[in-house]
Write a protein that binds this ligand. Structure first.
Ligand code: URA
Length: 268
């Protein structure tokens, strides 16, 4: 057998498949999926893919079967009439790979009636296990920062409270940055979240929400400069995780907190 050339060809093919990540044989005979009449749509974030309602009936070429995850997210977000419905819509949205590795869907914490809505990046390990945003070390610093200007996520009075969420509700593996495709498919949910909570001001914590909502990053230059995101006045600030690594930057963060406080009190 080993001297037969087909053996080497077959072994090379098998090695190639193993390298690609195929770890088990599912069928004895190959299936031509191009000829399957009722193939299931696959999730894909690729632009140009179609929303499910737009799929024509009958057999489709494989390329046309990719569902536009952004369109699905947009439809789910738009049909959510309140925050509870939005939270449920996010928890049942199955097109983002990050969900598979996460224990919980981290929606929000604090008071939805607060005047300030803080938007961070994504849950870490502590947030994933507790199902709440910003509860680890960075979150504890965030709490201390806002307490310094008299605000807290547990305050019952909307004037004294904050509302906290993230761009991404699922923890990325090894706390990597969410990819542009992952962010794109969650954006309709973030936009609807802001629309339903109706805060007076947004605080964008670090580069990820700046890139997602303003289309640019460079937090060192952007922080402390009021801008507009989702039709709301928005203040980019250093992420508290950055402040833990760079305590000398707390001085700028304090400056930004005072700006925010002045704006809350009706100043410029
Ligand atoms: N960092 C974030 O951006 N969000 C969290 O919830 C926790 C850490």
């Amino acid at each position: 057998m080993e001297s037969h050339p087909e053996f080497y060809a077959a072994r090379a093919l098998l090695e190639w498949q193993v390298e690609l990540g195929a770890t088990e044989a599912i069928c004895d005979t190959p299936i031509n999926r191009f000829e399957l009449p009722e193939a299931q749509p696959k999730a894909a974030a690729a632009s140009g893919a179609v929303a499910p309602a737009e799929l024509p009936k009958g057999p489709q070429p494989a390329a046309a079967l990719a569902v536009d995850a952004v369109a699905v997210a947009r439809a789910a977000a738009q049909s959510s009439g309140d925050l509870a419905a939005l939270s449920e819509a996010m928890a049942t949205f199955d097109f983002c790979e990050l969900k598979r590795g996460a224990k919980t869907t981290v929606f929000a914490d604090g008071s939805p009636d607060a005047r300030i809505m803080i938007i961070g990046e994504a849950p870490g390990r502590d947030e994933d296990s507790q199902g709440k945003p910003f509860v680890g070390r960075a979150g504890q610093l965030l709490d201390r920062m806002f307490a310094a200007i008299g605000l807290s996520r547990s305050a019952p009075d909307p004037e004294a409270s904050i509302y906290i969420t993230n761009i991404m509700p699922w923890r990325p593996p090894q706390n990597r940055e969410p990819s542009p495709e992952e962010v794109a498919m969650m954006m309709p949910f973030v936009a609807r979240h802001v629309e339903l909570a109706q805060p007076d001001f947004l605080v964008l914590m670090g580069n990820t929400p700046c890139q997602a909502l303003l289309g640019r990053k460079g937090i060192t230059r952007m922080r402390g400069n009021w801008t507009t995101a989702l039709n709301k006045p928005a203040l980019p600030m250093f992420h508290p995780a950055y402040l833990l690594r760079n305590p000398q930057a707390k001085r700028e963060a304090w400056h930004d907190l005072l700006m925010l406080q002045a704006r809350l009190r009706g100043g410029s």
